[in-house]
Design a protein around this ligand. Sequence first.
Ligand code: HSE
Length: 416
Amino acid sequence: MTHDKKITYQGIASLRPQLNIGLFGFGCVGQGLYDVLNNSQGLKAEISKICVKDRTKSRKIDKSFFTFEKKDILKNGNHDLIVELIDDAQAAYEITGEAINKGKSVVTANKKMVAENFEALFRLQVKSGSSFLYEGACGGSIPIIRTLEEYYDNELLGSVKGILNGSSNYILTKMETDKLGFEDALKEAQALGFAESDPFLDIAGYDTKYKLCILSVHAFGLILKPQDILNIGIQNISQFDINYANEKGYRIKLIANARKVNDKYQIYVLPVFIPKGSPLSTINNEFNGIEVEGVYSDKQFFVGKGAGSHPTGSAVLSDISAITYDYKYGYKKLKKRINGHIPDFSKDKKYLDDDFIVKLYIRYVNGKDLLNLEIANVVEQYSSSKYNYVIANVIFSSLKKIKQTNRLFVCELEQF
Ligand code: HSE
């Protein structure tokens, strides 16, 4: 692909303003955005400055675009829009906070930054009136945030659940279909640009949890801290588990769950045995799939590439386009719930329900590691010289006592 020296596209004549973008980060997603913006039609937007950290890296575009000083963008009044695509969540928050405070519009794809700082970022938006969009932070190319905000604005939602991490879904797919080992499958996911720079965030369910926090705002109007939500990942899975699931007619998927039960919400991340043939079971590789269930509309299913340079760059581009018509999230569910007064959202965790029973498959190395779990009853137990597992009904809250060092593989059976 050849690239113009000036990263601009003058599309068909329109009343939309020309946007001058200051970009932070030129990694996987930043370069993906560069490509899709350069090939888009009808969008009048120009990236005039890119702030990066690494002074030694060779770049595929002219070096006059780059700066190593964030003030060259943040203190320069010429940029109408800040696009933040760096890796470091704390630095991303500082950049985003400063920009919103100054009344600038900001687009980001940083789910960790948004999830960890949501309340402060919401308050800043209320104060400054800026647009702050982050469609690329959840589900990659799937337009789920605006769909929840706009299409389901008046629909009572019963649940949102799905596969939100492309890397772990890629690993699960390759382990099952190509019989790849976990480490080899992870290496492929990294080489393809799907994984986080710390891939533990992907495989241990943290990345999924950050995305689930964001979806909970737009689906239910809840502001939850990531530390209030349980996440168990796939880091301890083995071929034995995959074969077991297969024999019983299931595929294992890492699932983000958020469902309303009476007046509370059960929100967590766990691997789940998904019946073969059901929509979530058909989602392979880096694709994500999200099932939204409305009280009246029933179930809808959204599928798309959940990770990767161009799919995520496309979601960022769509947010940039939305900025040109002054789009802001209405936070309709949130505003309906708080009824005009901004409360202390740290109390939102009182809406979480962790006092329920889950049916689990638990493969373990040492039986002592199960002692912390509150097991209501054992349904099945298996022990051999190589593998041990138990299928049991467990009090959900006791799962918080599992330690990473326990090396348990925990997988939910018979979802609600
Ligand atoms: N590491 C993330 C994933 C990137 O694998 O889904 C997209 O958010």
